[in-house]
Write a protein that binds this ligand. Structure first.
Ligand code: ATP
Length: 363
């Protein structure tokens, strides 16, 4: 096992910059997750670390070794993709043994590793089968097992669960977490799935347009996003963002006003007329009485989810073609119907404030 470090790594394709000045270090044994919208550069980073792609600038270290000029084979990292690419003509046991044989590991050690890995991934009963005789989830576990059996310095996983159905995906995610707890292999993991990011990561790296937006623990990124992009990335439904402007000590949006919280006024210098983006998470909105409300909204879509119902509501407006939308959860007992006018209260201690133009967090 070893740390994985990137220092000022940039990859350009002709004119386009896929990743720019990427710097971070995954300490030995930690599990880091790369997230961000499609095309933000996640796979480019993994491929660069694996040695499957060249970089334009910067240094990549595995352990203390600079690997810029080391071939993919010599880097001693294992990469697992979403299409797990097992060798079709080999049995599961042969697939698991392949990387070890290539390294001239002794047959007895190979046997021992296969048994340990097969047991921990619950594939021991499948060792004699060929990949085509396995389900997608089983094939994916074999692909992970093949990577683990090699005991590489680091694991690079690119959306390894995205081809699995929902239930298998949940199970395999839990299994991955257990495997990491057990083997503690330094891992860099790419995903679109925020549940995977939140549950697996020691640290999350949020990327956008080839640049790092924020690095932090899942909790820190959720509770304290540094800008509007990060704020909207984690959380389902995502944080509500509402355009507003400042009218002396009030926020004005779609003709409605409510008082800026006093603590916010103390900390942020606001100017009358300033455009801002207000951020509030769905769990910090409640339907209340008229007198206690901050805003009036109209229910648009109501989705019952059993334990709660998810409401999409709009802030009525006359001026704009696209109405501002808000998502929040309510108790199913409230029996809200589309078209209902709802007075809502925002938990103002959880209000975020962003600069409207740059998206930078102001509060
Ligand atoms: P996704 O989540 O959709 O897989 P990603 O975050 O993994 O996306 P990358 O595949 O790393 O994104 O791509 C980053 C950027 O680099 C994209 O804008 C992509 O179009 C560009 N890119 C990637 N490979 C090439 C290439 N071979 N030639 C030109 N541009 C490329």
């Amino acid at each position: 096992m070893a740390k994985v470090a990137l220092a000022g790594v940039t990859r350009r394709f002709d004119q386009a910059i896929a990743i720019e000045d990427i710097t971070f270090t995954v300490p030995d044994g930690e599990f880091w997750v790369l997230v961000g919208p499609s095309g933000c550069g996640k796979s480019t980073i993994l491929r660069a670390v694996a040695g499957l792609d060249i970089i334009t600038q910067g240094q990549i270290y595995i352990g203390d070794r600079l690997v810029n000029d080391v071939s993919a084979r010599e880097r001693d990292v294992a990469m697992v993709f979403q299409n797990y690419a097992l060798y079709p003509h080999m049995s599961v046991a042969e697939n698991l043994a392949f990387g070890l044989k290539m390294r001239r590991t002794s047959p007895s050690l190979i046997q021992q590793r296969i048994e340990t890995v097969a047991r921990s991934l619950d594939i021991a009963h499948l060792l004699n089968r060929k990949p085509r005789q396995l389900s997608g989830g089983q094939q994916q576990r074999v692909a992970l097992g093949r990577a683990i059996a090699r005991q590489p310095q680091a694991f690079l996983l690119d959306e390894p669960l995205s081809n699995l159905d929902a239930q298998l995906r949940d199970e395999t995610r839990t299994e991955l977490k257990r495997l990491h707890q057990r083997f503690g292999i330094t891992t860099l993991y790419v995903t679109h799935d925020q549940v995977e990011a939140m549950t697996l990561a020691d640290q999350i790296v949020v990327l956008a347009q080839g640049n790092i937006q924020q690095i932090g623990t899942p909790q820190a990124i959720y509770a304290s996003p540094q800008n509007c992009r990060v704020a909207q990335f984690l959380g389902n439904p995502p944080m509500n963002i509402l355009e507003a402007y400042v009218a002396t000590t009030q926020f004005k949006l779609e003709g409605q006003v409510f008082d800026c919280p006093a603590t916010l006024l103390h900390q942020v210098k606001l100017q009358s007329g300033q455009s801002v983006a207000l951020g509030i998470r769905p769990e910090h909105i409640e339907v209340t009485t008229e007198a206690a409300s901050h805003l009036q909204v109209v229910a648009d879509v109501v989705e019952p989810l059993g334990r709660e119902s998810l409401v999409r509501a709009i802030l009525p407006n006359r001026d704009r073609t696209l109405p501002a939308m808000l998502h929040f959860q309510v108790s199913p007992n409230l029996q809200i119907q589309p078209g209902d006018r709802l007075p809502i209260r925002l938990a103002l201690e959880h209000l975020f404030l962003f600069d409207a133009a740059s998206g930078t967090r102001l509060y």
